[in-house]
Design a protein. Structure first.
Length: 148
């Protein structure tokens, strides 16, 4: 299995995720993570992180949010295994957050793309429908719709 970025998001409707994980992300979905001030949205992501930390026994994992231009893409977000720290940069992106969490679980780029995009597609199918891929990256297809 390759370890670098895949050529596409590797969608697989049969991919399995822990039942508790899917339930946690569904609860997160109910908060409408795309709405609210940066502080409100960060609190929503922090609540999801708190649930995922318990599910995956990652008590030391933390997440910080760097305030940058509101429409700055999230591509510079990262996970540091040395600090057990997710740094979210730019706009709030559920897929990016899940991707970086997957790194915290030890997944390489290939595995993180596969885990995060398939989990997002499972819980947010209506949002997935308006995304377009450019290689392994999913972005809003501005020609069809905006993710709200």
């Amino acid at each position: 299995m390759p370890s670098g970025y895949p050529d596409n998001p590797m969608l697989d409707a049969n991919m399995k995720h822990k039942r508790e994980t899917v339930k946690a992300v569904k609860r997160f979905k109910q908060t409408n993570p795309w709405k609210g001030s940066r502080e409100v949205r960060a609190a929503k992501f922090d609540a999801l992180l708190a649930e995922l930390k318990v599910i995956y026994n990652k008590p030391s994992l933390r997440c910080v949010y760097e305030c940058q231009r509101p429409y700055y893409e999230s591509f510079a977000s990262c996970y540091s295994p040395y600090n057990d720290l997710i740094t979210m940069r730019g706009r709030f992106s559920v897929i990016t957050f899940l991707h970086e969490f997957a790194h915290a679980l030890g997944r390489d780029e290939y595995g993180a793309v596969r885990w995060s995009t398939n989990l997002f597609a499972k819980v947010f199918p209506e949002k997935m429908a308006v995304l377009a891929n450019s290689g392994h990256v999913l972005t809003v297809n501005r020609a069809t719709s905006e993710v709200q």
